[in-house]
Ligand binder design. Structure first.
Ligand SMILES: *[C@@H]1O[C@H](CO)[C@@H](O)[C@H](O)[C@H]1NC(C)=O
Ligand SMILES: *[C@@H]1O[C@H](CO)[C@@H](O)[C@H](O)[C@H]1NC(C)=O
Length: 313
């Protein structure tokens, strides 16, 4: 009896369809963010995963490619709109205004850019055909650069497990959401330009910035939060959107950061930013790619039937 059961299992495992890779939906971010993510997406596809990248029709870097399947959706802005917003954003940084006018101008401008680019997400959700495609394709997981928060909304809407591939959030959100300690006396907050050795006054400044963070991050992400609450039909906070990520692939190097404990699902993959030049491939990029694939496979194995069979063998 046991032998028969065993044979039946082996037979099931050897059925062709069951030894496929996972089905991964990818929602990337445009611009330089995509330059680091593209080699990973290509590699995953090369390794036998079914990868579908969803991109807006108007973009700087995102293109239809041979290596993976691409689904596009129309957006309500033009390339000129985003080019203008970016030029204005850069110009504000170069204006050399005195404090606090510089901070206010940069803040105002960032909110404008976030709002403009978040239209992508609204356009995606108003594309019924694309939503139906995602719903019917039964993806195993979503890989996303969450800087504009569209990925987490999409993943939660379809109850997909999701993985982040990212540099960082403003307001220390990536450490707060995963409950990593960031003591104000030793970890300088973004925009303070302090080091981990602060004077008393610098620590006070650090604490003040910390107190302002909820307000400025809710400003940055105001449109996204409003939209997420409407789509998911409940009150959604920034922490709700990011704290259930399965894995955080962080594309920077731990040695360049301030020392602090991090969670086991946070992986530093700074090497991914190395780009091969003249046919020469750098070892850090290979290691970072392997590490990403290892962790993505772990998530897919946990959620995908076909991969679960493979891991049993
Ligand atoms: C805020 O930014 C918008 C768009 O970039 C601009 O039109 C507006 O004048 C700015 N307001 C302030 C107070 O700087
Ligand atoms: C996905 O499709 C099923 C079956 O048509 C439907 O019941 C479900 O509500 C859809 N899910 C979403 C999130 O649209």
């Amino acid at each position: 009896m046991t032998l028969r059961l065993c044979c039946a299992w082996i037979f099931i495992l050897l059925l062709p369809g069951l030894s496929d890779g996972g089905k991964l939906l990818v929602l990337p971010m445009d611009g330089s963010h995509w330059l680091s993510m593209r080699p990973l997406v290509e590699k995953l596809s090369e390794r036998g995963h079914e990868v579908v990248v969803v991109i807006p029709e108007v973009s700087w870097q995102l293109r239809v490619a041979q290596a993976y399947t691409v689904k596009t959706y129309p957006v309500s802005y033009t390339l000129e709109d985003i080019n203008n917003a970016l030029s204005e954003y850069i110009a504000t940084h170069l204006k050399d205004l005195p404090f606090p006018l510089n901070t206010l101008a940069i803040y105002n401008n960032s909110v404008h850019v976030y709002r403009l680019l978040f239209n992508q997400c609204k356009n995606l959700f108003s594309n019924k055909e694309l939503l139906q495609y995602v719903n019917q394709s039964s993806f195993d997981a979503l890989l996303t650069d969450p800087i504009f928060m569209c990925g987490p909304v999409l993943a939660q809407y379809f109850s997909l497990p999701y993985l982040f591939f990212m540099r960082g959030f403003p307001c220390n959100l990536h450490y707060d959401a995963s409950q990593c300690p960031s003591p104000l006396s030793y970890i300088p907050r973004l925009f303070t330009f302090n080091s981990d050795q602060m004077t008393f006054l610098q620590r006070v400044e650090n604490a003040l910035i910390y107190l302002l963070e909820p307000a400025y991050c809710n400003g940055f992400y105001g449109t996204a939060l409003e939209f997420a609450s409407e789509i998911l039909q409940r009150d959604v906070s920034l922490i709700d959107l990011v704290d259930s990520a399965s894995i955080w692939l962080l594309r920077y190097d731990f040695v360049f950061e301030y020392v602090r404990p991090v969670m086991p699902n946070m992986v530093f993959i700074g090497g991914i930013n190395f780009q091969p030049k003249m046919g020469f491939i750098y070892q850090p990029q290979i290691s970072a790619l392997s590490e990403c694939i290892l962790f993505i496979n772990q998530v897919l194995i946990s959620f995908s039937w076909s991969l679960t069979y493979i891991s049993f063998i």
